[in-house]
Design a protein around this ligand. Structure first.
Ligand code: 13P
Ligand code: ZN
Length: 286
């Protein structure tokens, strides 16, 4: 406005930062973030980053990434800090998370806000950024949130079920209709791998081309969504289904009453879901 100074927008006053903090806290309250377990990233909209430029540091050093991420080069991300507790996110946000900027080549990043006290981005940064790039490409820019947590029941299930996409998807779809509605594309499964590596990042990328959710066996769950609500809801639905699954198999001497593949197909028709046939196999044959 002419004659008036343009107000400097502060990161913590934005709806996005508040949504980021709320999601972290909600995950903590669900029991998914013991100690510093789990991490969250959000790919900011250009307008969101532009509005905050005056609140950003300009002199931070560039730090090299282990890969070149051309399709998200120059973009800004909210990222949780390595070793930071989701439990403290609301109490001390500027210490617990930060905003990073990728350079124009997509080969390095710098911290432009937050992560005070010498903090650095999550150790799973390769998995987050590489999958942010994959999901940006396969969803034509819709997906912006990548979330990793350690929910107890899906971890427990990864000690019990064969580590195959078809098995996890089908067993969870059978638990409640919400599952097929929330993850109609299915679930990917990775074996146990060393956390924070380029390898777990790469293997997740292969699966995230097809799925929005990947089980990291004996470790946790990795999901992507277009909003905080959808990413959180996906994590929550998978974990709740795993909880019910474990409860039902823990009752001795009772056969489980399971909906058939045909019933799942009929539900898919009714709700216009495209459930891939590879998950609707005949269970009598395996
Ligand atoms: P960070 O504290 O580095 O985010 O690591 C937590 C985690 O869950 C690693 O998989
Ligand atoms: Zn983890």
């Amino acid at each position: 406005m002419a004659g008036k100074e343009k107000a400097v927008m502060k990161v913590l006053d934005t709806e996005t930062a508040q949504g980021f903090i709320r999601m972290s806290e909600d995950g903590w309250h669900q029991g998914w973030h013991e100690c510093h377990g789990g991490n969250l990233t959000y790919r900011m909209k250009k307008r969101e980053a532009d509005n905050l430029r005056e609140d950003f540091r300009k002199d931070a050093p560039w730090l090299t990434l282990p890969v070149r991420l051309k399709s998200i080069a120059g973009e800004f991300f909210m990222v949780t800090g390595s070793g930071k507790f989701m439990r403290n996110m609301a109490l001390d946000p500027a210490d617990s998370f930060g905003i990073i900027e990728l350079n124009e080549e997509g080969s390095a990043y710098r911290i432009v806000w937050g992560l005070e006290n010498m903090g650095k981005p999550t150790s799973e940064l390769p998995a987050h950024l590489m999958n942010q790039e994959v999901k940006k490409l396969v969803t034509e820019g819709r997906h912006r949130v990548v979330y990793h947590a350690h929910p107890a029941n899906i971890i427990a299930l990864s000690f019990l079920l064969p580590l195959r996409d078809e098995i996890f998807t089908r067993e969870l779809w059978e638990i409640m209709p919400e599952c097929a509605m929330t993850f109609p594309g299915g679930i990917g499964v990775l074996p146990w791998m060393i956390p924070g590596t380029k390898e777990i990042a790469q293997r997740s990328c292969e699966l995230m081309k097809e799925y929005d959710v990947v089980v990291w066996a004996q470790h946790g769950l990795f999901v992507s969504g277009d909003s905080f609500d959808h990413a959180f809801g996906l994590m929550h639905t998978v974990e709740k289904a795993a909880d019910i699954y474990l409860k039902t198999i823990s009752v001795p001497g009772r056969e489980r009453l399971i909906p058939s593949a045909q019933e799942l197909r009929e539900m898919a028709t009714r709700f216009r879901l495209k459930l891939p046939e590879k998950f609707l196999y005949n269970k009598d044959c395996i």
